[in-house]
Ligand binder design. Structure first.
Ligand code: PMP
Length: 431
């Protein structure tokens, strides 16, 4: 059996460095919130494959649905010989997505592809070119995804030129001194100085920024954004790729806010680990593209559709929105206790919505200067202590907790114990 160290050496030789990796742990098998490595070690997984396995690894319901579909067919292409499971999934997403009825849905494979297609339908519907996105936002690694993404290193540097008519404004990040009012003022200033609102097709926003650092957009700001869009005939695209499917304690984060988007992008948690994404939007917007303008060979793969149906059933029948809230409470309570441990003096902020929780690490609480080095050390120490953690944030100083929503309280507590011990150890090492 090769060790993780041996596999890592082979990886470095065979795979480009641009494909980064958060750990040097090579997965051999996984179950619910645990992963066993090639060298036989057991880890608690607080990353969920980057917010994908909200339903846990190898959920029995998903495994059964996938096995059953595999026996029937694994690919025929929906644009050639369609299948009922795609249509039924569209119907289910139309019924639950935070979009004004009547809605329509198309399926794709990746999050970036969902974003690309949201922009396509928005431009086709409005006949306008412009798209506004936010600083710190992340929308994928395709050219449009990169253009919309509000972080240069590592996502954009060296990869331009990007598509034109993309405008980036400050995200309302209250911890870092940007209020909702300031963010709205930035959009209005953009309308004055750079682009007339009549040239803007859509504003795209993550209700809670994912890669950007788990910053929660103030709900009043999102409501004001909805009004601003209505005033100018601009479409609102909610990127719920990371926030969707029970992660925030509701099926979609916009449900906390009480507004509807014109188009919602979804991926990650949708199919419990199978590559499937979707955009659900107002039927008139979704129908703006002409036949043949949308689609893809693998888009809406039938095995992934089978998994997605099982995911939706599991979220509903196992009460995973409620579980997200319970897991979030355990995580945030513990993070707040750690924040209050005066000897650590490195926790700048603790925040979360449902089980989308984060702790922001700083050099000291007085200066609130970001501590990316400490964050890196903490991730390494956590791995040594058998816990998988993910970081995020513009400054790389945020630990995000993405616990599978099927995890037991006992596993969450065990993971948080390891987290606390590891943080104390990382602080000592960094000193
Ligand atoms: N949008 C958001 C909000 C995301 O979090 C991500 C992935 N981290 C994407 C888009 C891109 O998804 P994918 O990696 O599947 O292309």
């Amino acid at each position: 059996m090769p060790t993780s160290a041996e596999l890592h050496e082979r990886r470095v030789a065979a795979v480009p460095r641009g494909v980064s990796q958060a750990t040097a742990i090579y997965a051999q098998r996984a179950k619910n919130a645990e992963i066993w490595s090639e060298d036989g070690k057991r880890y608690i997984d607080f990353g969920a494959g980057i917010a994908v396995v909200n339903t846990g690894h190898q959920h029995p319901r998903i495994v059964a649905a996938v096995e059953q579909q595999m026996k029937l067919f694994s690919h025929v292409c929906f644009q050639v010989t369609p299948y009922e499971s795609y249509v039924r999934l569209a119907e289910r997403l139309n019924a639950i997505a935070p979009v004004a009825a009547p809605a329509k849905t198309m399926l794709l494979s990746t999050g970036a592809e969902a974003v690309e297609n949201a922009v396509k339908v928005a431009r086709a519907y409005t006949g306008r070119p412009g798209i506004i996105s936010f600083s710190g936002g992340f929308h994928g690694r395709t050219h449009m995804g990169m253009a919309l993404t509000g972080k240069v290193v590592p996502y954009k540097k060296g990869f331009g030129p990007f598509p034109a008519d993309i405008y980036n404004v400050a995200f309302p990040n209250t911890y870092h001194g940007v209020s909702g009012e300031q963010s709205l003022a930035a959009i209005n200033a953009l309308f004055k100085y750079s682009a007339d609102p009549s040239s803007i097709a859509a504003i795209i926003i993550e209700p809670v920024q994912g890669e950007g650092g788990f910053y929660i957009a103030p709900f009043d700001f999102l409501r004001a954004l909805r009004e601003l869009c209505d005033e100018h005939g601009i479409l609102l695209i909610a990127d719920e790729i990371q926030t969707g499917f029970a992660r925030t304690g509701k099926m979609f984060a916009l449900e906390h806010v009480g507004i509807k988007a014109d188009v919602v992008t979804m991926a990650k948690g949708l199919a419990g680990g199978f590559p499937l994404s979707a955009i659900t939007g107002r039927a008139d917007v979704m129908d703006a593209a002409s036949p043949g303008g949308l689609g893809g060979t693998y888009a809406g793969n039938p095995v992934a559709c089978a998994a997605a149906h099982a995911v939706l059933d599991a979220i509903d029948e196992e009460g995973l929105c409620e579980r997200a809230n319970a897991i979030g409470r355990i995580t945030l309570d513990r993070c707040n206790q750690i924040k209050d441990r005066s000897n650590l003096n490195c926790v700048g902020d603790v925040r979360g919505l449902g089980a989308m929780c984060a702790i922001e690490l700083v050099k000291d609480t007085a200066s609130a200067e970001p501590a990316p080095q400490l964050t890196q050390t903490l991730m390494k120490v956590a791995n040594e202590n058998w816990l998988i953690l993910l970081s995020c944030g513009t400054y790389g100083n945020v630990i995000r907790f993405l616990v599978p929503l099927t995890a037991s309280d006992a596993i969450v507590r065990e993971g948080m114990d390891i987290f606390e011990t590891s943080l104390a150890e990382a602080v000592t090492r960094a000193a």
